[in-house]
Design a protein around this ligand. Structure first.
Ligand code: SF4
Length: 509
């Protein structure tokens, strides 16, 4: 019988991974049981074994811009072996034709796959897939829960659960608000809690709330809605906010050893009631897109709702006051950046008590406002590397791909790359990491903190920014080793009998 395969492509395999790629397990659930359990391959763990694919099998490959090239390589190879090739994910949604040309796709799914996937599989197995399926943006109530029973044991440190899709902001470097939409779609509280209970039963203590923006309604949004004569919008926003609080109240009832982590905008720091609810809900960490420490930098990327200077430090510290550790995300290479920006950014990150930080290079990703402007420029369109136009940079072989794409008014691209590498080196030096590890109490927790800091830096800084392939390979080996050492520190004792809070109460009535 033909089988269904779901593949998360990656050129680097680490043997273990920090976070589960949620989409694999959601589509596995959406597949249903009529064709048997799907075969799941996450190449961040191990490379796909092509010999495991037979003629007539269906292979679903999910791609974002960063792994599209590897995804296309897989598509071509499995099609040669007679399999049905289907692409999905953000990148395939943006460029369905490219998946057919470069990845030999029989079919491409645009938008959310949760509901449409079984139909795509059935069409393939009947030998008549459509070239494109439009999954659209489904309602929060229709988001599928993941098939966690299919997870390989002991290979992921964190599980991932989604509570909301979409983001009302419009940052110029980000495609989320255009692909997932600006109207947040929240999942029902009960389904989120059931999934988390299932994960804790399996032994997961650390769970990423893999949301686009966990704080979808700000004080500012409410104030603007209050000024409207029609109160419908205000009621909608208030209901959305109330649902966030309802979710956090349920999370608060779960076992105390759970640790949640999410992504949030900085505006949440002015909302003490929200931060307190997060704390009670055991949301101990959040990725906050700080992006730039200057007003000019924030203007460059349409992120005027962020703050700069002392106000920024105060805001970021507010998270820590409420027990929420911040992973601050910064972008280098903005037009207003100067040679001083790198050190100033690291200094601010330290002053603001950030627990983790990431320093990324400004990259014009498709689907963003930045990309549209950048790719319209004649000199970018005319630049060809390895036979590929620069405006399709994700198709250039990784070893020859530029690390930066836009000429800077005052710095050379190499200066920006080296400055960025130094920022990682400084923030994650042994001395600094050990000093920051004081945020946790036990020695076991401090060791976990140090290892995860080093792992994070090896996985993301050295493999993403370095141009020297020996350094990249060394980093992969290091990350593999640290990952193996770390993973047990994150898992808890399974709790197979853990009840869903509120269930016994309902049964008693
Ligand atoms: S960067 Fe964050 S806040 Fe800005 S649009 Fe993307 S998800 Fe929303």
């Amino acid at each position: 019988m033909a089988r269904i395969h779901l593949v998360n492509p990656s050129t680097q395999s680490f043997g273990v991974a920090v976070i589960t790629p949620r989409w694999l397990y959601v589509l596995a659930a959406a597949t249903g049981s009529q064709w048997g359990d799907p075969q799941i391959v996450d190449e961040t763990l191990d490379q796909l074994d092509f010999d495991a694919i037979d003629a007539g099998d269906v292979v679903g490959i999910g791609i974002h811009t960063g792994n599209a090239l590897r995804g296309y390589e897989i598509g071509r190879e499995v099609r040669k072996r007679g399999a049905w090739v289907v692409f999905g994910g953000v990148h395939a949604t943006l460029f369905p034709d490219e998946a057919a040309t470069h990845g030999s796709a029989h079919a491409v799914v645009r938008g959310d796959g949760d509901l449409i996937w079984p139909r795509v599989v059935a069409d393939c197995l009947a030998g008549k897939p459509l070239p494109v399926y439009d999954g659209g943006r489904i309602d929060g109530a229709d988001f599928a829960s993941a098939r966690w029973d299919l997870l390989p044991k002991g290979r992921y440190m964190w599980a991932s659960v989604q509570t909301v899709r979409g983001c009302p902001k419009h940052c110029s470097f980000c495609s989320v608000w255009r692909t997932d939409g600006q109207e947040p779609r929240q999942r029902s509280v009960d389904r989120v809690v059931r999934e988390i209970v299932e994960l804790r039963r399996l032994g997961f203590r650390f769970i990423a709330l893999a949301d686009d923006n966990f704080y979808p309604v700000t004080f500012d949004d409410l104030a603007q809605a209050r000024r409207r004569s029609d109160s419908t919008r205000l009621h909608d926003l208030e209901a959305m906010r109330a649902e966030r609080f309802a979710l956090m109240a349920r999370l608060a009832e779960l076992p105390e050893d759970l640790v949640f982590y999410t992504q949030i905008t900085m505006e949440a720091a002015e909302d003490s009631e929200f931060l307190e609810a997060m704390k009670r809900a055991k949301i101990r960490g959040a990725l906050v897109g700080v992006e730039s420490v200057t007003r000019e930098g924030l203007k460059d990327i349409y992120k005027g709702f962020n703050l700069a200077g002392d106000e920024l430090v105060a805001r970021l510290r507010a998270f820590r006051r409420h027990g929420i550790h911040v992973l601050g995300s910064f972008i280098f290479g903005l037009p207003s950046d100067t040679r001083e920006t790198f050190d100033a950014t690291v200094a601010l990150a330290e002053q603001a008590d950030l627990t983790f930080a990431q320093f990324v290079l400004l990259t014009p990703f498709p689907g963003t406002v930045d990309f549209e402007k950048w790719s319209a420029e004649e000199n970018h369109r005319r630049t060809i590397i390895d036979g590929v136009p620069l405006t399709q940079h994700w198709l250039i072989p990784v070893e020859n791909r530029p690390r930066l794409y836009t000429a800077h008014p005052t710095m050379s691209l190499e200066e920006i790359r080296v400055g960025t590498q130094h920022a990682w080196d400084r923030f994650y030096s042994w001395r600094h990491v050990w000093a920051r590890s004081r945020v946790v109490a036990s020695i076991r927790a401090r060791i976990a903190f140090v290892l995860i800091s080093k792992l994070y830096r090896q996985m993301y800084a050295n493999t993403g920014i370095a141009t020297d392939s020996a350094r990249v390979q060394r980093s992969v080996r290091w990350a593999r080793w640290i990952g193996m050492a770390c993973r047990r520190l994150f898992l808890g004792r399974p709790m197979p009998n853990l009840a869903v809070p509120g269930d016994q109460l309902q049964q008693a009535h």
